[in-house]
Design a binder for this molecule. Sequence first.
Ligand SMILES: Nc1ncnc2c1ncn2[C@@H]1O[C@H](COP(=O)(O)OP(=O)(O)OP(=O)(O)O)[C@@H](O)[C@H]1O
Ligand SMILES: [Mg+2]
Length: 430
Amino acid sequence: MKCFQYFKDKKFRLREGRSAPELKKQINSEDYSSGADRVIKSSCSATSPRGIPELYEEKAHNLRVFTFSELRQATTDFNRLLKIGEGGFGNVYKGSIKPADGKGDPIFVAIKKLNRDGLQGHKQWLAEVQFLGVVEHQNLVKLIGYCAADGARGIQRLLVYEFMPNRTLEHHLFNKAFPPLPWKTRLQITLGAAEGLAYLHQGLEVQVIYRDFKSSNVLLDENFNPKLSDFGLAREGPLADRTHVSTAVVGTYGYAAPDYVETGHLTAKSDVWSFGVVLYEILTGRRSLERNRPKAEQKLLDWVQQYPADSKKFGLIMDPRLENEYSINAARKIARLADSCLSRSAKDRPKMSEVVENLKQIMQVSDEGNPSEKSFELCEGDLDVSETKADQYGPSESWKRRMAHLAKLGEHVEGASRRRLMIMQRAKVL
Ligand SMILES: Nc1ncnc2c1ncn2[C@@H]1O[C@H](COP(=O)(O)OP(=O)(O)OP(=O)(O)O)[C@@H](O)[C@H]1O
Ligand SMILES: [Mg+2]
């Protein structure tokens, strides 16, 4: 999906001929104000003069600096067979590089190569290097290093990330070539992504506003753990005496908070809105904007409003690819959480740390609720099996087993499914 407007401000100025080792100096001297009145945003709450440049200086030595020819070699000259994606920044290739100490097996990496068309891309590249050079969290993609080469053939800007083998949340939710994501995995991804955002908002000395939260920026590792990628639009949060940062409006249609789009006033709550949008994408399996649907269904947020979380018809919005294998209670709670993230007034939206807590509770409900909610189908199947195996156990054993099973299931069953269960008990078992 296209971003709608890139940086207009002059925060990052391209200096022709700068080479990679000077990156640090460039960031320090030009890209940020002194930050003298900055306040620590983390829970340890003391004042700190440090902003991204200072933090970057402290941590950037962790990043590897690659030459262009090293990365050309890593991707067999950017072979199109190794191309794994393409975004607004440029093409992404799978490559393999030597470990930092030169020993051991090669490591797979994802290499993003900027389209060679100048300033906007360079700004994003620089933002990505400095933010990802500072942050460190299991739900944020790891930047291994970068390449900045300015030569006779123009400027080359590349980023080298840890390789994420399971593509993005977007692929798994919307691309039918991938098997549907099970409910539990959806919850796990939701929680991990929330934890990544909470860390950015509240877990660092400086607050980071991500500004481009969307399903295509949630990468998935071999165990489907989510990691946020693409920090090209990230921004430091407001200083202590400010409520917001005034910026040019950037982001992606369908995900950006309306208050931010209208005013250009950016706060962490803009990310919370985008998170709410993705929650509904996860529930429904629909994109935030789908032009090929009937008019009333094109905008996901407008459409889901007709199926409130507390209404009987709520279940109709759920992703049919889940095939009813989910907890309706948990789904309702997630929809309510999404609604609070999508409050018109930014102040009414929860903090990401609150979202995380809420999601943990919901996951408990889901774990407890799942067996019972699937129980009708399970029960029918189980009972048939019990009938056929009844002789093995003898009539009384079989009866006891069934009753124990039904009683266990009944503990969690509510409303209609409890009634259905009772009917089954009368008709088939007793
Ligand atoms: N670290 C990574 N490991 C594996 N694949 C990746 C990695 N980073 C990106 N990709 C792949 O490259 C694709 C393009 O990513 P990119 O971030 O450039 O574009 P996008 O998110 O689709 O669009 P946008 O430019 O709006 O962010 C992703 O969809 C993903 O499949
Ligand atoms: Mg992206």
